[in-house]
Design a protein around this ligand. Structure first.
Ligand SMILES: Nc1nc2c(ncn2[C@@H]2O[C@H](COP(=O)(O)OP(=O)(O)O)[C@@H](O)[C@H]2O)c(=O)[nH]1
Ligand SMILES: [Mg+2]
Length: 305
């Protein structure tokens, strides 16, 4: 847990140094004046929390402040933290399939450049470190470079990658990957997919096919949507298209190290009601942390000194 906190904290360090740091600063005053609420609203919006979520959040905290007679910064800050944790705690583990399945199949979807292939490598390495046997499927056959990229990661981590030629049918790659998983007694299969979303139809068709194949193995299925945290509120509308087109069971929020904001995490949970399962905090293999609402909130409100 300490390690998780440290990793999460590093990942959002820049957020703390800017917007959430200022929020923490604002709420360290001994008395919260009326004007502080307006400042707080501006800071939350600037931190990428989004207007709608900021509105809902502040309404709740203000109501609590009134009812519970919270006047000093610390009490308001604690109430704010609690309400943020409440927003970030999206339950409903949407994973489909039977828990006793032969192995687990994780599909990563998302637009090009969001960080799918890198995130797959991070997940694979994490599972491998836990002693799990991992097999990767290079079903992003759309771009030739994607296959080589995944193979390169596989080689570095030491996990098998099943691939076909560029342009091959992704469903066939998935089929072969799952067969390999069964015969090699894998625990976890992670599938890379193409990022294109020209038509929702395309993606849906492809995912349906992939899931059907996975279903034959009674595998536990998880569809992780990789979202680039630096795209802020734009990423949110992108996420909506994906969630409309497929049963996304969780979010892998990448590049949380590269953003000065981080409030997008709140907007995602509040608006999409899909749990964030992992965060990516850099380009290296161990720049990954399982998302934990409490640690995240402690990290963004953490003040040095
Ligand atoms: N800073 C940072 N860069 C990342 C992270 N995840 C991925 N990237 C970078 O984002 C770029 C696109 O990643 P890639 O995995 O190829 O995306 P894909 O097209 O969705 O497969 C690469 O340069 C990665 O190194 C992250 O958590 N932090
Ligand atoms: Mg890729």
């Amino acid at each position: 847990m300490a390690d998780l906190f440290k990793r999460t904290e590093q990942g959002v360090k820049r957020s703390r140094e800017s917007w959430f740091g200022r929020i923490a600063g604002l709420l360290s005053r001994s008395k919260i004046e009326d004007s502080a609420w307006d400042e707080l609203e501006e800071l939350l919006i600037a931190a990428d929390v989004g207007v709608a979520t900021t509105d809902r959040l502040l309404k709740t905290v203000k109501k609590r402040a009134k009812e519970e007679k919270l006047e000093d910064g610390e009490s308001v800050r604690n109430a704010l933290k609690e309400e943020i944790i409440r927003i970030l705690t999206v339950d409903a583990p949407l994973t489909t399939g039977s828990e006793s399945g032969a192995f687990k199949v994780i599909l990563l979807v998302g637009v090009n450049g969001s960080g799918k292939t890198t995130s797959i490598a991070k997940l694979a390495s994490d599972y491998k470190n836990e002693g799990k046997k991992v097999i990767l499927g290079a079903a992003d056959t759309f771009r030739a470079g994607a296959i080589d990229q995944l193979k390169a990661w596989g080689g570095r981590i030491g996990v098998d990658v099943v691939s076909h030629q560029p342009g091959a049918d992704p469903g066939a790659v998935v089929f072969d990957t799952l067969q390999a998983a069964q015969s090699r007694k894998a625990d976890v299969v992670i599938i890379d997919t193409a990022g294109r979303l020209q038509t929702k139809h395309n993606l849906m068709d492809e995912l349906t096919k992939i899931k059907k194949v996975a279903g034959k193995y009674e595998a536990v299925q998880e569809v992780l949507l990789v979202l680039d945290a630096t795209t802020g509120q734009n990423g949110l509308s992108q996420a909506r298209s994906f969630t409309e087109a497929s049963d996304v069971t969780g979010i892998f929020l990448s590049k949380l190290d590269g953003t000065a904001r981080g409030g997008i995490v709140l907007a995602i949970c509040d608006e999409l009601r899909i749990p964030i399962k992992y965060i990516g905090t850099g380009e290296k293999i161990d720049d990954i942390a399982p998302f934990d609402a409490k640690s995240f909130v402690e990290a963004i409100f953490y003040q040095a000194g």
